[in-house]
Design a protein around this ligand. Structure first.
Ligand code: FES
Length: 179
């Protein structure tokens, strides 16, 4: 009996699972993962791989994460653990507008947290999430380099300085109208 004809079909099955995993990703990403899988410690390549996947898809979907686990031969629970631990990974599709609240020191001491709370309240989401209508995603970020304007909120590439919680509704309305 050849290696591929095991009586229980486990090898065929493994092959099928691998093919499915490959189909969930682009050939370039599959090639990249296969390179990483050849590393003596594939787990150490996990963050690099997830970055690459997110760069392409904009977020890490369940299907893509499972495919990474298969191809890198890392437990799926490990992949999920890493993806949820680091704030730069997104598990949901990104909204039309990305709102980033600077929580760097200068912004923090000038009340960024209150602005962040109001944003979460108005949008009905937490950091790392996207509104149901797909319009807004909310993110916390480190210093964006405009501390003189603290506290700062960035929507897409536009910086809004001296933000107060009371300015939040008008800011959101402006972008809702744009959509
Ligand atoms: S700390 Fe917010 S811009 Fe520097």
């Amino acid at each position: 009996m050849s290696h591929h004809e095991c009586c229980c079909g486990c090898n065929d099955n493994r092959e099928a699972v691998r093919e499915n995993a490959k189909a969930a990703l682009t050939p370039e990403i599959v090639a990249f993962i296969e390179e990483c899988a050849a590393d003596a410690h594939p787990e150490s390549q996990l963050i690099r791989v997830l970055h690459r996947v997110q760069e392409h898809y904009g977020h890490l979907g369940r299907e893509q994460m499972d495919a990474v686990a298969q191809l890198l031969q890392v437990p799926a629970s490990k992949v999920t653990g890493v993806a949820t631990f680091y704030h730069f990974f997104r598990l949901e599709p990104r909204g039309k507008f990305m709102i980033s609240v600077c929580l760097g020191t200068a912004c923090y001491v000038k009340g960024a947290e209150r602005v962040a709370d109001r944003l979460q309240e108005e949008l009905g989401i937490h950091f790392g999430e996207t509104t149901k209508d797909g319009l807004f995603s909310l993110n916390a970020t480190r210093c964006v380099g405009t501390c003189g304007l603290a506290p700062v909120v960035v929507v897409e590439d536009k910086v809004y300085g001296d933000m107060t919680p009371d300015q939040v509704p008008a800011l959101l309305e402006k972008y809702t109208k744009k959509a």
